[in-house]
Design a protein around this ligand. Structure first.
Ligand SMILES: [Ca+2]
Length: 71
């Protein structure tokens, strides 16, 4: 009478791994980054663009965009 309980939480957050849909919408030329011009479609993002452009390369990477989404 042994009960083997397999309760291994095997949650892979597909949402966190995937590119946010909003990123793809903003990345209109699909080069994988959001330029300031592309960001201008999002007033909040454009208004704080330089703050979210953490490495200062003038474009937002997916990682930088995620920070914006989670801010
Ligand atoms: Ca782009």
């Amino acid at each position: 009478m042994r009960k083997a309980v397999f309760s291994i939480p095997f949650v892979i957050s597909a949402v966190a791994m995937a590119t946010p849909q909003s990123f793809m919408l903003l990345d209109t030329d699909n080069d994988g980054v959001i330029s300031y011009q592309e960001a201008s479609a999002d007033q909040i993002l454009a208004g704080d663009f330089s703050r979210f452009d953490i490495n200062g390369d003038g474009v937002l990477s997916q990682a930088e965009y995620r920070r914006y989404r989670h801010s």
